[in-house]
Write a protein that binds this ligand. Sequence first.
Ligand code: LLP
Length: 424
Amino acid sequence: MSQFSYQNGVLHAEGVSLSAIAEQYGTPAYVYSKAQLLDNFASYADACRGRDALVCYAMKANSNLAILDLLARQGAGFDIVSGGELLRVIAAGGDPKKVIFSGVGKSVEEMRLALQHDILCFNVESIPELHRLNDVAGSMGRRARVSLRVNPNVDPKTHPYIATGLKASKFGVAFSDALATYRAAAQLPHLDVAGIDCHIGSQLLDDAPLLEALDKLIELIDALGDEGIHLHHLDLGGGIGVDYGDEEDGAPVAVADYLGRVFARVDAWRAERHAGRPIKVIFEPGRSIVGNTGVLLTKVEFIKHGEEKNFCIVDAAMNDMARPALYQAWMDMQPVVQADGGALYDVVGPICESGDWLARDRALAVKEGDLLVMKTAGAYGMTMASNYNTRGRAAELIVDGTQVHVVRQRENPADLFALESVIK
Ligand code: LLP
């Protein structure tokens, strides 16, 4: 059940009306539901209970400290892609020993930081990266645990910008090079070959491509075992989608069903060919943990009737939520106060770009001053926000029952140029 629902015609986050939130905290604002976040995490944690498994939340989806803290307290690990994200995990009280470090371009400084904090594993994506990591670990008198991100060449059937496991992708080591790359890694003195991973793409509605990728990883683990290279974990990445409300797309597979199918395959494989060898299964979900946890609350500034279109100009913009502009993503827009009828509008922001739109051709009954929400905006919303047009980023709030917590203050324009100076 969604924690965002209409009560007496007014949209609420848990027990608080979004009109009251707008009045007190202003707009635009990201409003998250604590209960929804915990429910979403529980769908992974429950399916993993009693198993050798770890859920490493992909914090690029939403890295607010309060979100990280709530998840850390549930036992989550974290999938990071920068030194900055590691510092956030630590600031939020997360355990670095449950951190895996993904990404194609880790710097020497980032590797050093992660080694100092003794993270669980580096997901390595190329031979030069293996060498750099080996050198950095050697210079610190340490060993780095590594997993190779292999590219299983599986079509995730999602938007090309968020498909990552195809042959033409910049990510991962080609499947056909994987064995040779593992052999090279096993020779490096300051690396411990620990696991294997993949991430084939995001916003997957069907888990068939993920299960196909799993089969390919298992094939490699067997082949490596035959050569005496024994892996201790298998990491399937993230990727399960959320229901954005777009009828064309439909709803994604349930997390519990997906994990059930993963564990069934892993159990069958272990019973058949991998008996007696422990293997930890790791997941890196992002969107499916935070997507439907948040909405972007915005106010109508003006209604404008153009020659061909009606525009509903709101105070949120592409700098607050880039997904429509970047991926032509369909995001649901709903009024905070339910209203019937209306006309077709493009919902657009104040930024000076034609690409600054949030939704197109939506039937809305709106007037100046009304409130709207963009639903399912909790993932890749605030983390992709920018200061374009010198717009301060939105406030972030977490609702817990009838309580509202400000977990990030609205940015003040003066802060935006505080690091700048003029030439003397
Ligand atoms: N692991 C790795 C290595 C990843 O690159 C990603 C996402 C994830 C896990 C989490 O995937 P998820 O469970 O969220 O699908 N900005 C885009 C999505 C980019 C995803 C990047 N990688 C969007 O707004 O749709």
